[in-house]
Write a protein of this length. Sequence first.
Length: 218
Amino acid sequence: MKKSLLLISVLSLVLINPIASISGTQDNKSSQILNKLSKTYKTYKSIKASFSISIKNTQSNTSVKQSGTLYQKGKKFRVNMSGQEIYCDGKTIWTYLKDANEVQISKFDSKTMDINPSEIFTIYEKGFIHKHAGQVSNGTKTLDVIELTPTDKNKPYFKVKLGIDKLANKVKEMSVHSKNGITTTYVITKFEPNVAMSESYFKFNAKDKPGVIEIDLR
């Protein structure tokens, strides 16, 4: 079966599984910023976010760039990119590879994923120690930089950095630093909350892809 590098990178990162509060021994500045951020995101019923991905491998000195759109509603999500589409209704995940006209069907288990695309905006809420790492300028915007260190040392990454728009109180950037030398950076280019989305939008419909090859891995 064909597998996409970008599929692996998206699903192997960890991005929403909210908890009631951010606890533990944390940096006070970062706690204030993240608690405020969490309250804002929890008011959204759905999210549509356009993004760009940059994957850099320091060992092979190679890089890959692509853009796409994430649709998220509760535990359901959909990711559209140029070479593939990912659908998840919270129980089943479909990965459609356009060049092969092939869809891989699996049971969805968030526990087996290091980073869940539906959690891109609330990754910080569980399993991390966080600290404020200063501010940076991004065009006309000022971003607060928050460094997250996973409490589970078996994770394939050792650090996640968030760039939070200070004025808009939204995640603008996220970079995941993996132990294998790969850094994956997401930049949110457009953010739209509370967009109307039907439940069927998060399910793959074979009728929409004539001749599609279905590979059921459940």
